[in-house]
Design a protein around this ligand. Structure first.
Ligand code: DSN
Length: 432
């Protein structure tokens, strides 16, 4: 590639070098294994496979069928899921497919507010989920910054949504999926658990699982799960809310078939050919996640996040909910000034620490100039870093946040970061 397409190659090499020399603390990113990379960059990208294993619209799919079946079977074992669709291309289209499968336009979705830690597709006004459906949004308690399940229950009783979405992109505590299910049972709603951020923690047994009771569980595959950039949808075989009144036996069977509804929503409802190279990479990642080593990895992600949170708080930095139970930490910069998140993320990048600015609950500023910084430990843990490194990183971060304009300090920390990364190398002949 260096000779055939030097322009693209040059940027790819530079990106590799960037990843090798900075601390990647964006909680939704990770470093995949060389095996996952190999599958993702394979000849499987050449094949069209519309349909599902053994029921394709194109010939020549016998090997692709086996790969897709392996991915499905491994995901079923990993999560205890009844049915799995591994063809979804990414998180947002996967949530779109779930709504397409179970709702009619105009039905009501209830999900977590984006500015309190939810996701665009959980019913935010600028997203398709609010354009084609009615939405009602819940947040966190203003005092504790935690999900208040009784307040969510009262909202659900009042609003009677058709589906209740749980899951978050910026919530540092455990999510009680069981409590969401009980509320949904009370109001006759479906449940969708979007476990994109925490799938690796669920698989590793360090976060409560939404299985087997949740109707549909969606996850991206590239965050804590450490697979390729993609998604999958897991669901029960049977639709417990199916309305079969007046239907003949064949129609009633179809109406009760939740797995079939999800599959038909993905293809042909929303997508054409699946990305077979990514399906293979997912199969590899799920195989890795089934190992003892991965359980240890998931445990270490949480230990690292807790050690980092302690270090930051010990150095005078305020955190949303005063800590973390998962892979993610939300730094609250309001005590230092409103709307400082973007400046802080830029200053940290100048010190070799990659984060993203984020709203904090009840942020007095705007989403473009928010008052928080979101960080996490999945990538650092993939590199093999542990609690001592987290304590050091917490000290560096606190120093930068307290003196954002200090160029000499940021330069010095950037050099220290490079040295630390050289002791935990990635993609240099060693698996993450
Ligand atoms: N963009 C993802 C995240 O960073 O959390 C959510 O889709």
């Amino acid at each position: 590639m260096e000779h055939k397409d030097p322009e693209v190659w040059k940027h790819m090499q530079a990106e590799l070098q960037r990843q090798q020399t900075v601390l990647n603390m964006i909680p939704s990113e990770n470093y995949v294994s060389n095996t996952v990379l190999q599958a993702a960059g394979s000849v499987l990208t050449n094949k069209y496979s519309e349909g599902y294993p053994k029921k394709r619209y194109y010939q020549g799919n016998s090997h692709v069928d086996e790969i897709e079946l392996l991915a499905i079977e491994r995901a079923q074992r990993l999560f205890g899921a009844e049915h799995v669709n591994v063809q979804s291309l990414s998180g947002s289209p996967a949530n779109q497919a779930v709504f397409h499968a179970l709702l009619n336009p105009g039905d009501k979705i209830m999900g977590m507010r984006l500015d309190m830690g939810g996701h665009l597709t959980h019913g935010h006004s600028v997203n398709f989920s609010a354009r084609y459906y009615q939405t009602v949004q819940y947040g966190v308690d203003p005092e504790t910054e935690l999900l208040d399940m009784e307040a969510i229950r009262q909202l659900a009783l009042k609003e009677k949504p058709k589906i209740i979405v749980s899951g978050a992109t910026a919530y540092p505590r455990l999510i009680d999926f069981n409590a969401f299910q009980k509320i949904a049972d009370e109001v006759g709603a479906y449940t969708l658990a979007d476990i994109s951020h925490i799938a690796g923690l669920v698989a590793g047994g360090v976060h409560p699982t939404p299985f087997p009771f949740t109707d549909v569980v969606m996850t991206t595959t590239h965050k804590t799960l450490r697979g390729p950039r993609s998604a999958m949808i897991m669901c029960k075989n049977e639709d417990r809310l199916a309305n079969v009144e007046g239907l003949d036996e064949k129609q009633a069977k179809k109406e009760r078939d939740m797995a079939g509804k999800i599959d038909r929503a993905v293809f042909p409802g929303l997508q054409g050919g699946p990305h077979n190279h990514i399906t293979a990479a997912k199969a590899v990642a799920f195989g890795e996640a089934l190992t003892y080593d991965f359980r240890m990895y998931a445990e270490q992600i949480v230990k690292n996040a807790k050690a980092l949170a302690e270090s930051l708080m010990g150095n005078g930095i305020k955190l949303v909910t005063n800590g973390t139970d998962n892979h993610l930490i939300l730094i609250d910069l309001r005590p230092m000034g409103i709307g400082l998140g973007r400046d802080a993320a830029v200053a940290l990048e100048e010190a070799g620490i990659i984060t993203n600015c984020n709203t904090v609950p009840y942020d007095p500023s705007t989403p473009f100039k928010p008052s928080g910084v979101r960080i996490g430990t999945p990538s650092l843990t993939s590199q093999g870093m542990k609690e001592p490194e987290m304590r050091q990183i917490g000290e560096w971060m606190a120093a930068v946040l307290k003196d954002m304009g200090n160029t000499a300090l940021k330069q010095k920390i950037k050099e220290d970061v490079k040295e630390l990364c050289s002791r935990f190398p990635i993609y240099q002949g060693r698996e993450c």
